[in-house]
Design a protein around this ligand. Structure first.
Ligand code: ADP
Ligand code: MG
Length: 476
């Protein structure tokens, strides 16, 4: 196994390197690993390859398997939290006093709980993200960055990347390595679970509604791949925005209708950021939440994915609440936690403030936000904490240990970027999916994985934001 040395050799031969790069890009086109371009993101006339790494990244096989193996337990955990009103109330009490977005979500949760859940079928599609924390002795350990329980993305156009990577490895003579890049079939797996929920709803003519944003053109290709999978099963799919639902959606005996179509499943690809909502959108969300339609995710599952919940789960004894008498599962999940600290008012929160101010570069300060670009690093942590440390505003945040991943060398292929060897690190995301019907878990699956690499000069990640590139693990 000598990919690093090999890449270093390759870079010394520009002609050979350019040939390999061209080959990779052409294969990417062949496998639909494409992206709209930012200048004309509404148009299909000119597209490019989606950003990806020229070579896959080395990953210890045991850690790869560990990430897959813990996923069904994370599915169960998210589902249990979503139904535990007392836990959510207590865990989010400080946060909802000061964070308007979480408070609005929580308001919907309370309203739904008060009237009693209308639909006993629940479908969850999530993605648990990890980095490999690199130890001084050269070993690594799997540490969770966060779990996304709404609009978990990054599958679709990236599904066939392992085929490109295997081909490139073979093409440059790394045959043994080419057998170490695992397959992925994320879109198929995620859609199979949505399809199961639709089937349980039990009405042939009812649709799966993709709740999308108007400004979501970059993700549209991924949505289309899902739509195709569902239509292949003769499941009708429609895409609508919150605005569409607020104008033309209605409830009839709790059945959700839009444009005359009965909605079996609402699949949110949008609605995870404050900016995604107007007052009408909140009303539309409540309407769907109160309806008989199966929600992916329902409001409790959305809240279960907040960073505050992630932090509370890391407190001693909390996992045991959800897995009584199952210490092995507790250990398996807990092994993926890194240090997470409360900033609620009180002694514990005071200690967190002091610790962060003393060594800000060891931590990351996170508000209750999704979608990238919201966290604070280094001196910015000091600035924010100095401002909020003495009052309850600090409860809008959590503090987390900074994970230090191993640094690799790779070439990121991205339109308009130079072909050069840079220092990168990766994050692995594992997709989990489940359907519960009443008390019965009908399906609980680990669907697959995605790897994304970024230059180490960035704190944050994100493919559509222009930082990360799709990658594959080379498991050894
Ligand atoms: P968001 O929900 O906005 O995506 P995340 O918590 O996933 O926020 O953080 C965004 C990015 O910041 C991650 O993808 C990762 O690159 C980086 N990051 C987050 N937490 C850590 C951490 N504890 N250590 C190192 N990097 C982190
Ligand atoms: Mg997130």
């Amino acid at each position: 196994m000598a990919t690093i040395e090999f890449i270093q050799e390759l870079i010394k031969n520009p002609e050979r390197l350019n040939n390999v790069v061209d080959e990779a890009k052409e294969l990417a086109f062949h496998h639909g690993i494409i992206s709209r371009i930012h200048e004309t993101s509404n148009s299909s006339e000119v597209v490019t390859y989606a950003p990806f790494t020229l070579f896959p990244s080395l990953m210890p096989k045991a850690i790869f398997l560990q990430a897959l193996e813990v996923q069904t337990h994370y599915n169960t955990l998210v589902d249990k939290i979503s139904r535990d009103q007392d836990f959510l109330e207590e865990a989010l009490a400080g946060t909802i006093q000061v964070d308007d977005f979480t408070a609005k979500l929580f308001g919907i949760y309370r309203q739904v709980q008060k009237k009693g859940q209308t639909q006993s079928i629940v479908v969850g599609l999530n993605r648990s993200d990890y980095m490999l924390d690199h130890m001084e002795d050269g070993t690594s350990s799997l540490k969770q960055v966060e779990i996304n329980t709404i609009a978990a993305a990054a599958f679709g156009v990236s599904d066939c990347l392992p085929m490109v990577h295997r081909h490139i490895l073979k093409s440059v003579g790394l045959l043994e390595e080419s057998n170490c890049v695992p397959d992925r079939n994320n879109t198929f797996g995620m859609c199979a679970v949505l399809a199961k929920a639709w089937e349980l709803y039990g009405r042939q003519s009812a649709v799966i509604l993709f709740l999308v944003g108007n400004d979501d053109q970059m993700s549209k290709l991924n949505h289309r791949m899902m739509e195709e999978q569902l239509w292949n099963r003769n499941i009708p799919v429609i895409c609508r925005t919150f605005e569409d639902v607020s104008r033309r959606g209605s409830l009839d005996n709790k059945i959700c209708f839009i444009d005359g179509r009965e909605v079996a499943v609402v699949y949110y690809r949008y609605g995870y950021m404050p900016d995604n909502y107007t007052e009408q959108s909140w009303d539309a969300r409540l309407l769907m939440e109160r309806s008989l339609a199966v929600k992916c995710p329902d409001i409790g599952t959305h809240l279960a994915g907040t960073k505050k919940i992630q932090q509370v789960l890391a407190k001693p004894g909390v996992l045991e609440r959800f897995f009584p008498d199952q210490p092995q599962i507790v250990d398996q999940i807990r092994a993926t936690f890194t240090g997470l600290y409360s900033l609620d008012m009180g002694i514990e929160g005071d200690q967190t403030v002091a610790m962060a101010l003393a060594n800000p570069t060891d931590f990351i300060l996170k508000p209750q936000r999704e979608g990238g670009g919201n966290n604070y690093y280094g001196e910015d942590i000091v600035q924010v904490l100095q401002e909020v440390k003495s009052d309850k505003r600090r409860a809008a945040y959590i503090l987390m240990d900074r994970i230090h991943p191993r640094i690799d060398q790779n070439i990121l292929l991205r339109r308009g970027f130079p072909i050069k060897l840079i220092s990168v690190c990766y994050e692995i995301g594992v997709y989990g999916a489940y359907v519960r019907h009443g008390e019965e878990m009908v399906l609980n699956e680990v669907v697959g994985h995605v790897l994304r690499s970024k230059s180490i000069e960035h704190n944050e990640a994100g493919v559509t934001g222009g930082i990360s590139a799709y990658d594959s693990p080379l498991c050894i």
